[in-house]
Design a protein around this ligand. Structure first.
Ligand code: DGT
Ligand code: CA
Ligand code: CA
Ligand code: ZN
Length: 504
């Protein structure tokens, strides 16, 4: 990889990672060092961020690109990828790596393991022996998914995949695997919190383990839990390892346990070929009852509107859809399929559909589909206050990479939802994830009950539920915060409670 001439200068240890970048010679490292006057990677990164690399004579555009990849400086808000895409690509790599005999263990790390709604790159940790490093590098460079390897360090391969995603692959031996897993899962502020806890105990924390800060002696590192134990704290789920105050971390340990996908008993927003979906109700029922046998009910919520011309179910056809649901439920032998609907929230905050229609439905989702730029606090509160509305769909209206949440006084909205007994949705579609993690946490702190929905249009979309669950976990939700982990009887009780509140 390197062209190292007889007279080439030695690369200073403080800049060694620069020497690991593809096709960067020792002479070029020296040129960068001297031109930019940098003597550490930290200084180098600062200089690159300030656009100074382009001023170094003889460094090509391709080299600059590789250096930026290697130091993760290509990442901008525009290049972040949706969690769903990264998860699919990351899991494919995990499957491949798990088949290499050299790989003892492999896991996703970084923001991908923390399930952030968008991720900068795919981080992977492999447990392998030092002796197998070269074999692994060879196999990874030969896999069809690899476009190029832009940097290789002693414990790091930086790979650009053919789909243009970057994979940062770190290596650890058995002795350091847990420490590396913890460290490379991050986040950076969480690591700083761990470093501080370690420091208070006379220890140092890093990817090679917990060490004694005096003697440098290894204390622990095989498993994450070993390190938590030595630091005197319990295991913290990766989804919660963001930058919080110490008292917030402490509060997380009071949560019974974070909600899981297997705890869900149903999906409460599904579109069929009666409106904008592609599948029949029968096909959906057959698919879900086999694929997710832990679901006890599903709620069909086609978009019902008398105003919109296309891709909606006209209100006058609802009774025919109800007949179809009755027929399928009869065949299944129980009321698996519930009769819901999604209605637009109008400009004034009222649902579009008339009360007599809403009152026939088992479950009413009301959503804002217009006027995303204005402050929507008043509309959201009025929708919550409507006695026939059970849930607000995708409450903040954001579309990742397209439009931010519309402005709203979220505390006022959450207060209204809690006061009226209205559920708010965690919409699991990869470009929505709405409510987002921070709003989810704020909502449950104010006593709001949430519902995690796929909002599926086709069979493959039902898997998105796992993303919604990840968001709920990042928002520190346990089972009791999520309505669709409850039985349908309990959902009925939730609706009845709203009715009682409305009559007071
Ligand atoms: P991303 O890729 O922007 O979505 O976010 P992360 O969290 O995956 O960040 P990344 O890929 O740069 O690094 C992975 C983890 O490695 C990060 O979460 C924590 C750890 N790490 C990276 N750089 C540093 C650092 O300078 N200090 C500390 N303490 N940890 C670091
Ligand atoms: Ca990352
Ligand atoms: Ca990374
Ligand atoms: Zn909608």
């Amino acid at each position: 990889m390197k062209r190292r001439g007889k007279n080439s200068p030695a690369i200073p240890a403080s800049l060694a990672p620069l020497g690991h970048v593809k096709d960067i010679t020792a002479g070029e490292v020296q040129a960068i060092q001297e031109t930019l006057n940098v003597n550490s990677i930290r200084e180098l990164v600062a200089a690159i961020s300030n656009g100074l690399l382009e001023t170094v004579q003889g460094i090509t555009a391709v080299q600059i690109k590789n250096i930026k990849r290697a130091f993760k400086l290509y990442k901008t808000d525009d290049t972040r990828i949706p969690l769903w895409d990264a998860r699919v690509a990351g899991q494919e790599l995990l499957r491949i790596f798990a088949q290499f005999p050299e790989v003892e263990k492999v896991a996703l790390t970084g923001s991908l393991r923390r399930c952030k709604d968008t991720v900068g790159d795919i981080d992977i940790l492999i447990q392998a022996t030092e002796a197998d490093r070269r074999k692994l590098l060879y196999k990874i460079s030969r896999m069809p998914q690899t476009e190029s390897i832009v940097a290789t360090g002693p414990h790091h391969f930086c790979v650009v995949l053919r789909n243009q995603l970057q994979a940062d692959i770190r290596l650890a031996t058995r002795k350091h695997y847990g420490a590396s897993l913890l460290y490379y899962t991050g986040s950076v502020p969480y690591n700083q919190y761990l470093e501080k806890l370690a420091g208070d105990k006379g220890l140092r924390f890093g990817p090679l383990g917990l060490t004694d800060s005096q003697s440098g002696e290894y204390v622990a590192g095989e498993q994450e839990t070993d390190i938590f134990r030595h630091l005197g704290i319990g295991y913290l789920d990766p989804e919660l390892r963001e930058g919080y105050e110490e008292k917030t971390y402490a509060a997380f340990y009071q949560i019974p346990s974070l909600v899981t996908f297997n705890q869900l008993k149903g999906d409460m927003q599904i579109h069929t070929d009666w409106s904008d979906g592609t599948e029949s109700i029968a096909a959906i029922a057959r698919y879900l009852s086999h694929t997710f046998p832990h679901y006890q009910y599903i709620v069909i919520t086609d978009h019902v509107s008398g105003k919109r011309p296309n891709h909606v179910l006209p209100p006058e056809d609802l009774f025919r859809q109800a007949e179809e649901i009755d027929r399928i439920n009869a065949l299944m032998g129980f009321d698996y399929i519930k009769k819901g609907l999604e209605t637009d929230i109008l400009e004034n905050g009222a649902p579009e559909l008339a009360n007599d229609i809403l009152l026939q439905a088992d479950w009413v989702v009301a959503s804002i589909h217009t006027d995303f730029a204005r402050d929507n606090t008043d509309r959201l509160i009025r929708a919550c206050e409507h006695p026939a509305v059970h849930c607000i769909g995708h409450p903040s209206g954001r579309m990742i990479g397209m439009r931010p949440p519309y402005p709203a006084d979220w505390n006022a909205v959450f207060e209204a939802a809690a006061r009226t007994g209205t559920a708010l949705e965690i919409n699991s579609r990869p470009n929505r994830l709405d409510l987002n993690d921070a709003l989810i946490h704020q909502a449950i702190s104010r006593g709001v009950t949430l519902v995690i929905n796929s909002d599926a249009r086709t069979l493959s979309h039902f898997d998105f539920m796992k993303l919604g669950v990840s968001m709920a976990r990042r928002g520190a939700c346990s089972k009791r915060d999520i309505l669709n982990t409850w039985s349908w009887n309990d959902v009925e009780a939730f609706k009845a409670a709203k009715q009682r509140l409305a009559q007071q």
